[in-house]
Ligand binder design. Structure first.
Ligand SMILES: [Zn+2]
Length: 157
């Protein structure tokens, strides 16, 4: 699936008509570390909330079956540089997604805990649609922890 990124030459970048912006991963990593310094473990939930907000906007534009919508979101994730998304499992009671080359993990550097909270939030929004009810996503593997890839598991909340 091809995702078309349109730059209007007047400071606006859109994908499928939705406004996007490019930002260096290091910028987000610095924001994340500053929030963590201020809030501690609650920082991750703040970032996930941001991911959920963006993900909710993204998921309403998806069309087709549940699996087709999940694959569209995965393709968009790759197109906008959030890493290489693979839909490992999609059932009525769960969703498993792996992400290779997460820019969040790469920019953050080594961590004893998962760091890809923005991706987690987006996947919570997606899982809410695919599971038909509110979902909680856990990042069970993270490249920042030394794993080969990041892995996200969604379950109904
Ligand atoms: Zn990660």
């Amino acid at each position: 699936m091809t995702v078309s990124i349109d730059n209007d030459g007047r400071g606006g970048v859109t994908i499928g008509g939705a406004r996007y912006l490019l930002i260096r991963p290091e910028t987000l990593a610095a924001v994340q570390k500053a929030i963590e310094a201020a809030l501690g473990p609650r920082a991750g939930e703040c970032l996930a909330a941001g991911g959920r907000a963006g993900g909710a906007r993204a998921t309403v534009t998806l069309t087709g079956t549940t699996e087709e919508r999940a694959r569209q979101l995965a393709a968009t994730g790759a197109a906008i540089g959030w890493g290489q998304f693979t839909l490992e499992r999609l059932t009525s009671d769960g969703l498993v997604v792996t992400v290779r080359r997460s820019p969040f993990a790469e920019a953050y550097g080594p961590s004893p805990a998962p760091v890809c909270h923005l991706t987690r939030g987006v996947l919570e929004a997606l899982a809410g649609v695919t599971l038909g009810r509110r979902a909680q996503v856990t990042e069970t593997l993270c490249a920042a922890m030394g794993a080969e890839h990041c892995r996200f598991e969604a379950r109904p909340a």
